[in-house]
Design a protein around this ligand. Structure first.
Ligand code: ZN
Length: 443
């Protein structure tokens, strides 16, 4: 097949994942300008209809290329909202429900808190609290997030849950590291945190702070919806096939279950079409699966559509880690594809704890492909699962990731127009070379 045909395949997959699939919100809502409700809302957020359509598409495609494929379900919550009304003595303020927050209809005096020390000292009962300034500079990690949760975040959550305000208003600007290019960013994005909250811009927060002590009324029309999602795990190779015949779970092989594992997260951030983040990685895995349709090597290949990287509790990641507890040493190399197709700049790969010989081979194989360079290591991706389990890892992303994070990632701007299908084909071909090399090297 010519590379033009592969590029067409890549473009078709991308379109299906980002344009055809996006499902409506689970309830008919008025069109609104608030974040997450504009344009092609819905996308592939975990728990949504679009997310299930994406995992179904992935599972059907990889199965058609001869992979033993399983969709492993988990419970989650989807979320819907229809905006929020906030007013003080007839004056209106613009606020948005925090993703995954409960809704509320409350009336109480406003208390403004700017620092952790002020929060420690504050009496919040019977109040609506506004968090702004120093205490609202970075998104707080979800309370049950298992992989990273700094003490100062936990302390803020603990104090709020102990002091029980009626509701929380967060006035924020940007958090490029934690959230990407969203302005304002939601301080809370946590379906396990039960104090209703909304967020607003810093400017709106300054205006509202002048009303401290006055009675304000807040009506947030948000609701949580019980839902399910799944990881898709697809396997090929001699050992994987024999495991399947023995009825073993794909992630519970034997000591000889040596395999290369490839991740791409298939979910998208709420409110974003998620074309580069991360339909791009998913499409590369689909192309790779087809390139390996005739693979019969002895090294197992495991391709995973990971579901939850951009969701508050990382349910797919938690499921994968639980399934593989004590078995990460069977993984010869873990590969994560995330944000790989930005049309500007090159494709950037980075290596983590790879044995010297393997690292040399990867560099040699990848140098044969155009616009693939070795970039800076980064740690905010699913390859972190390999690192914390002491497994050699390779991550592939876009060279200009910082530029993407500042302006595009996690926003409505992450559309198919910013993704170059040629880069997705390049990554698939480079990974095919690598997988075949690893099979020979580990035989
Ligand atoms: Zn991502």
């Amino acid at each position: 097949m010519t590379s033009t045909l592969w590029c067409q395949k890549a473009a078709t997959y991308l379109h299906r994942l980002c344009v055809d699939i996006p499902a409506p919100w689970p309830e008919p809502g008025r069109a609104s300008q608030s974040p997450g409700r504009s344009g092609r809302e819905g996308g592939r957020r975990v728990g949504s209809q679009g997310n299930r359509a994406a995992t179904d598409l992935f599972a059907a495609a990889v199965a058609s290329f001869g992979f033993d494929t399983q969709s492993l379900p988990f419970d989650c919550v989807d979320w819907s909202h229809d905006g929020a009304d906030l007013s003080v003595a007839g004056a209106l303020f613009e606020a948005f429900p925090s993703p995954y927050s409960l809704g509320c209809r409350v009336r109480a005096p406003l208390l403004v808190v700017s620092t952790p020390a002020e929060l420690e000292a504050a009496d919040l009962s019977g109040r609506i609290v506004m968090l702004r300034g120093e205490i609202a500079t970075e998104q707080l990690m979800p309370k049950n997030f298992p992989f990273y949760n700094p003490d100062h975040h936990r302390r803020i959550i603990y104090l709020l849950e102990t002091k029980v305000p009626q509701a929380i208003i967060a006035a924020t600007s940007r958090d490029l590291q934690g959230v990407g290019g969203i302005y304002p960013f939601p301080l809370f994005e946590d379906g396990d945190f039960d104090i209703p909250s909304v967020y607003m811009t810093e400017e709106e927060g300054n205006r509202l702070a002048e009303r401290a002590g006055q009675e304000i009324s807040l009506h947030s029309r948000a609701r949580r919806i019980p839902a399910t999602g799944c990881n898709v795990i697809a396997r090929k190779g001699r050992q994987a096939a024999s495991d399947m015949r023995l009825g073993k779970h794909p992630a519970q092989g034997t000591d000889r279950d040596r395999r290369v594992v490839l991740f791409a997260h298939i979910d998208a951030r709420i409110g974003s079409p998620g074309a580069n983040d991360n339909a791009s990685g998913v499409v590369a895995l689909l192309l790779l699966a087809e390139l390996l349709a005739d693979y019969h090597g002895s090294l197992g290949i495991e391709i995973v559509a990971m579901n939850g990287e951009d969701y508050f509790s990382n349910p797919g990641e938690q499921q994968y880690v639980a399934l593989n507890a004590g078995r990460f040493d069977e993984i010869v190399l873990g590969i994560n594809l995330d944000d790989i197709g930005y049309h500007k700049g090159s494709i950037a790969y980075s290596l983590y704890d790879c044995p010297a010989g393997m690292a040399d081979s990867i560099r040699r194989l990848f140098s044969a492909h155009q616009r693939m360079i070795e970039g800076e290591p980064w740690y905010q991706g699913d390859h972190g699962l390999f690192l914390i389990n002491h497994t050699p890892a390779l991550a592939v992303t876009s060279e200009l990731l910082p530029e993407l994070m500042a302006e595009i990632t996690h926003t409505a701007k992450d559309t198919v127009e910013i993704v170059d299908p040629v880069k997705l084909v390049t990554v698939a071909l480079a990974l095919r070379d690598l997988v075949l090399h690893l099979d020979r090297a580990t035989a």
